[in-house]
Design a protein around this ligand. Structure first.
Ligand SMILES: Cc1cc2nc3c(=O)[nH]c(=O)nc-3n(C[C@H](O)[C@H](O)[C@H](O)COP(=O)(O)O)c2cc1C
Length: 204
């Protein structure tokens, strides 16, 4: 956990099938809301193939920037440094290592974007527990990882491109790979954990 970072610069050294299997295997060790672990992983190898799958991202860079601007109320310098590095790399970072993983999950009950209560998001939450396990497993293998969250109509288009069956959604576009020697890592926020722990004093 101490070593996990978001890498956005990769070498072209290939990740073996064996390592890939271990990283995907870690997804199935995560907790899951309905016990079923209904995850399916689309794997795309090779920069040219990946370019075809992520083509819908090209016209959406503006939408992504807008989204970033919307959530920015802080003017935080570390955060802006991260975005200055990350924004132009959204497409390149997904192709560079030559390995893209699309983690799909079964979305039963209501549609993902029409939750009716917090627990409607359980399938989504389980998928993200699985993704975090994969990030940690990749780190343990000496790999870097990064993911792009689909914005605007990217998810819809990518589901069509990979012929995803009805009732499945994907959490993100995930890349794992060997970090480039010159990989840039934005400064992480130093958090004082004690300040974030709020022990409740029961009132009598
Ligand atoms: C929900 C979520 C969405 C994110 N979306 C993106 C993304 O679309 N593109 C990207 O390059 N990084 C994305 N990130 C990575 C964050 O920028 C990164 O985790 C953060 O800057 C902290 O850096 P660290 O992971 O190296 O500790 C996302 C992270 C989370 C948890």
């Amino acid at each position: 956990m101490e070593k996990r970072r978001t890498y956005r610069d990769f070498s072209d050294r290939e990740v073996s099938d064996e390592i890939l299997k271990r990283v995907i295997g870690a997804a199935f060790k995560a907790p899951t809301n309905d016990h079923l672990r209904q995850f399916e992983f689309v794997v795309v190898r090779g920069r040219e193939n990946i370019a075809k799958i992520i083509a819908p991202l090209a016209k959406n860079v503006a939408a992504f920037k807008e989204l970033v601007a919307e959530v920015d109320e802080s003017g935080d310098k570390d955060k802006m440094a991260m975005f200055a590095d990350a924004l132009p790399k959204q497409q390149k970072m997904l192709m560079e290592s030559g390995l893209l993983i699309i983690p799909f999950f079964r979305q039963l009950t209501c549609p993902l974007l029409k939750p009716t209560e917090q627990s409607s998001l359980n399938y989504f939450a389980s998928a993200w527990c699985a993704v975090e396990n994969m990030l940690l497993a990749a780190t343990a293998e000496g790999l870097g990882a990064v993911f792009h969250i689909p914005v605007a109509d990217e998810a819809k288009q990518i589901k069509e491109l990979v012929h995803a069956p009805e009732g499945y959604e994907f959490a993100c576009l995930l890349t794992i790979g060997y970090p480039a020697e010159s990989a840039f890592l934005p400064k992480q926020k130093a958090i004082n954990v004690e300040e974030r722990i709020h022990e409740l004093q029961m009132l009598h």
